[in-house]
Design a protein around this ligand. Structure first.
Ligand code: FES
Length: 183
């Protein structure tokens, strides 16, 4: 039991090291010491799930929210005016919709010229937002647990163990600037 405790602790430390290194690399000019201190301060409202679990420093991911006038809800559909969503103008972009009219908040990722993947944005583990990573075409939890999910929301790895909900999305055949999501 004690050996398990130590192993889990070492694993948690290595995950924290890996994530802090990755994030620090994206913040040139910030020393490792300052970065770690920043994490400690930012983590004051954090959820630390426990040994072998996920240590959550951010509950909100980096996915931008869609602008309010860019979509309409109705008849179990979300219709998005893509002209008003510059984030989806390029392949690899993503936005989120957290409208209370939805059964659950969603993330929309443009993964090819005419394909959009739409899944629930809350990680099944502790509800932290997932983010779209176009480099490996997957959704990944923004927490340190870093659970990951395939483009259709299927669970791939990590502590979440469950899949995200998937929603069908297609371009309106009569108007290629309108994306229709069935909810
Ligand atoms: S909230 Fe813990 S892995 Fe996503």
């Amino acid at each position: 039991m004690k050996a398990l405790y130590v192993a889990d602790t070492l694993q948690a430390i290595s995950v924290i090291e890996e994530v802090s290194n990755r994030r620090r690399q994206s913040m040139p000019g910030i020393s490792r010491r300052k970065f770690i201190t920043g994490i400690a301060v930012a983590g004051s409202g954090a959820c630390v799930c426990g040994l072998g679990g996920c240590a959550t420093f951010t509950k909100i991911g980096r996915t931008p929210a869609i602008s309010a006038g860019a979509y309409v809800l109705g008849n179990n559909k979300v219709k998005i005016d893509l002209i008003k969503v510059p984030e989806l103008g390029k392949i690899g972009g993503s936005v989120k919709i957290t409208d209370s009219g939805l059964s659950q908040p969603i993330i929309i990722a443009r993964n090819s010229e005419a394909e959009y993947a739409v899944v629930s944005i809350k990680c099944p583990h502790r509800g932290v937002e997932v983010e779209y990573r176009h480099t490996d075409k997957q959704f990944r939890c923004a927490s340190l647990g870093s659970s990951s999910f395939a483009m259709d929301g299927a669970y791939k790895k990590g502590i979440a163990k469950k899949s995200l909900s998937k929603f069908n999305a297609k371009l309106d055949p009569l108007d290629k600037n309108t994306l229709i999501i069935s909810i």
